[in-house]
Design a protein. Sequence first.
Length: 247
Amino acid sequence: MRVEKYLNDIIERDGTVHLTLIDPASQSPDESASIAFAAVEGGTDALMIGGSTGAGGSLLDQTVLKIKEQVEVPIILFPASADGVSSYADAIFFMSLLNSRDISYITTNQAMGAPLVYKYGLEPISMAYLVAEPGGTVGWIGDAKLIPRNKPELAVAYALAGKYLGMHYTYIEAGSGANEPISPKMIGALKQFLGENKLIVGGGIRDGRTAKICANAGADMIVTGTIVEEAANVTAKIRELVSAIKG
Ligand code: 1GP
């Protein structure tokens, strides 16, 4: 419960958590570590490590190890499959893509990965994972029946199912690099029904203004990924986002 409590305590204290997603496949482990260092300098609360393609195995291990040398915030795995488990992380978002049509993303990868989570002593943080339009790479790979942008009630139905199945967190995303994030209306509807359960929102959030709209609508945690790969000054960019949502 250590990392989950850490995140929940920040929500209690600051209102919103900022998570930086680093994809090990997008750069070398050393470069990932530099990005992580800069993001923590900018005030990010924790790091999510994972990606849809080619982000596992020794590349994942090396990335986590290099990042660990640079930062003290929690390192949370965000696995695309059972291959996304590393013994060097602090915790894992143990998630099920509830709106997938492919059982391997709902329970099979979870079953294949669970013995490793146990063996490595990783903290599992149970999470309902939902992908909404446009869905991006994760929507395609995860064979998600994408939640239509203008149908908050469908997102709510899945989120409630996750909550009733005992998942503590719900992560809804529009896909990495989406043109626009999840609508404030959908975020608001989800938070209303989730109550004390935490809501995480990501995909297509690029600036402080947009992050603030998501947070004000009800997101407890904001995830940004692409911007740290693109920003000339990662620390300044993360600072912009963090100050907007914790303002
Ligand atoms: C991926 O939603 C996150 O799960 C990150 O999205 O890359 O658009 O920030 P971005």
